[in-house]
Write a protein that binds this ligand. Structure first.
Ligand code: ASP
Length: 342
């Protein structure tokens, strides 16, 4: 059993107990050893959220805006070639194209997204410009790419040698089977483990002005059909922010999230008085209820925070974790509660 699995096993699933994993320790220059107790300022999906949160915190701690913070945070895994499910180095579709999906949203319902974007590393920043510089919410495919180039983004090949190798390996069988959770990504030790075939960074932040924002970015499901778009760029599915209530994001099988308007549902449940964890749990149960035979075999996880700075998550399967950073820069990787414990 690897370090992360050992850590997750030893943590009490079904609770919000927090602790730092050995990998998180190694990934961060200044490791904290206590779970955050104060108001949560930034929260993000998976273990790679630890580093993303630190980039976001660098902005929040300088009295910066949550929108800048979530963009900065999301750019960290986008640029990390060891991460095979986000940005540069992401695994391609079945035809060998790395296609990115991303979205961003602020507390005033301003939002933007890109889907099936090729050749541009920082999809989240393109999404932000869709929001700020166009009258639209979502640009896709070549139109998104052309827009990015017109805004000065540099074109680059996102298919790294490691991802290309993994694709050629997959081509030998061409068997498409989404994995429930990606295997461990040993970023701390600098050893990439080429197992992840999906996972997304969703990041939510609350700034000192009381404003929420969120961002979400992914290369989506590895070996997907060319042109497939997941939940991440769809406002209301992979991401939703309501400045009066809270924010939510998702990871896992995007199709199941889209058909339930997942992140919007989580925010609406918080509006009705649920805590972030309760809202995420109810949304996960809704996903399971709609398509039990499909959903029980896959992973869907939601992560949410409310305006008071409370955060929580819930997943169908065990193995989902989320990174939390509070107003004192106390950081933790929290094993999410889940419907199925093993
Ligand atoms: N939600 C992403 C998608 O369906 C993948 C993931 O987060 O695992 O594209």
């Amino acid at each position: 059993m690897n370090d992360r699995r050992r850590f997750l096993k030893s943590a009490a699933l079904g609770t919000a107990a927090a602790a730092l994993s050995p990998l998180a320790e190694a990934a961060r220059p200044v490791a904290k050893t206590r779970a955050p107790a104060g108001v949560v300022r930034v929260v993000s999906t998976w273990d790679f959220g630890i580093a993303a949160n630190q980039a976001a915190w660098a902005i929040l701690s300088q009295d910066g805006h949550s929108l800048d913070a979530v963009e900065a945070g999301a750019r960290v895994p986008e640029a990390d070639i060891r991460n095979h499910s986000v940005g540069l180095g992401g695994y391609p579709d079945r035809d060998g194209h790395v296609t990115l999906d991303a979205s961003i949203m602020d507390s005033d319902a301003n939002c933007g997204g890109v889907a099936c974007l090729e050749d541009i590393e920082h999809a989240v920043s393109v999404a932000r410009l869709v929001m700020e510089k166009t009258p639209h919410v979502l640009l896709v495919g070549d139109g998104a790419r052309q827009f990015a180039l017109s805004q000065g983004f540099k074109q680059r090949n996102l298919l790294t040698p490691a991802a290309d190798k993994a694709w050629h390996e997959w081509l030998k069988t061409s068997h498409y089977q989404p994995e429930i959770n990606s295997e461990v990504r040993d970023y701390g030790a600098g050893v990439p483990i080429d197992k992840d075939n999906h996972d997304t960074i969703g990041i939510l932040a609350l700034d000192a002005h009381g404003k929420l924002a969120g961002a979400c970015t992914t290369s989506g499901a590895a070996w997907k059909l060319h042109g497939r778009v997941g939940d991440s760029p769809i406002i209301g599915a992979g991401l939703y922010v309501d400045g009066e209530i809270g924010a939510a994001t998702s990871t896992g099988m995007g199709e199941e999230v889209i058909r339930n308007a997942g992140s919007f549902l989580v925010v609406e449940l918080m509006r009705q008085g649920r805590s972030p964890t309760e809202a995420c749990k109810e949304a996960v149960l809704r996903v399971l209820h709609k398509h039990p035979s499909t959903a029980c075999k896959t992973q869907v996880a939601f992560l949410a925070m409310n305006k008071a700075g409370e955060a929580g998550g819930y997943a169908i399967q065990r193995g989902f974790s989320y990174a939390v950073c509070d107003a004192k820069n106390q950081s933790a990787l929290i094993p999410s509660a889940s419907v199925f414990p093993a």
